[in-house]
Design a protein around this ligand. Sequence first.
Ligand code: SF4
Length: 424
Amino acid sequence: MQIYLWKCYDLMIDKFKLKDSNTFCMLPFMHIYGSAGGDMVPCCEAQEEPLNNPGETAIESWNNNNYRELRQALAEGERHPRCEVCWHNEDAGIVSNRQQWEHDNWKDFADKIAVNSDYSVNNPPYWVELKVSNFCNLKCIMCSTHSSYKRVKDLDIITKYTTDGYETRLLRPTSLFESLNKWPDLWDTVHTLQFTGGEPIINQEHYDLIAGIPESVKANIKLRYASNLSYIKFKKYDLVEIWSKFKHVNIKVSMDGIDDVYNYIRQDGDWNTVYENMCILNDIPTIDVAAGITVQAHNIFQMPEFYDFWKKSNVNLSFITANILQTPRYLSPALWHGEYRDAIIKKLRAAESRHPEMNRFATYMENTQRNMRDYAKMRKYTRDIEERYNPQIKLKEMVKRYLKINLENMTEVNRLLQEKGPVD
Ligand code: SF4
């Protein structure tokens, strides 16, 4: 096994002192995140600017000037601008990604990190997290083109309501993936290999990377996926067979509802297929399935039924992660107004004794300012998408089914916008 000594300094930094810094983050010391375009970036929250310099391989980047500068700043109490999302969340009183990581993982990795006085590290990354591309088989109603290239076809609609922040290229991380497979002995020490997308299971790069991992070390590596699980067999690949070689696999299945709401939001997806695949994986002892949902305007009214479903299901979910949608703002669950807002909050509160998570969703709605302009945007965007794709169920029918209220028509929406102004 290669020993990862970039430099041998007499003076190494006491890593336990690093934690005294109130901006310390363990990620750049033991983790790499690969963006859809193949850049190395600090984490999923800080993807704007690459840490790798042009032409560098992954191993060359790991202790380059950008990594060392970021580590030093975080270890010396400086709020590095790359990490703006964490500072913003902490100032808003929300647990940030860096705080969550430290809470969940520091004890497992502290002894394995070796930091030199110039903030190079002697250890390789133990946690490799890779976005496989922005290519996805689905085009979810709230997704940006950063996560699903298929949404490029809807840019004529999207750009009517959001003028910037979209990606028109099909991104491929091929060179980074090749570079990782050439990093000597990297896989000998990797603890967790994590894939996100786009959709990992339909991207060839994902299979090529896995094929490059020596058979002898697969049993030491945990795999984690964020996947829509539309497939457990893809082309010549049998995922259950591939995953059986690894120590453990966790699949967080991206879903934004069950049944009709799932099919409405996750365009081109099929709820029955996904649930069937989850049932198959549920019976395999080394595989855990979990659910990841984005709570938004088009599913907030189904949340009690969603949690009820998983309580009764034979699929034993290891966890449900529920993120409340922040962008685009006009699809936030909080924008419902008047009787719709009251009915949603009442429904969530009534389910609180069965599902404590409902309190978080209801509190968010109660505390977030309503905005009639965003509500009108949601209704117009929804109308445009429904006209284009003619889904089996429409928003009007979902509101009727889940809230027992008739949805007002667009004439009424425009009248309210005139009457109440942009913000009510
Ligand atoms: S401080 Fe936050 S944004 Fe920066 S690397 Fe850590 S988790 Fe990511």
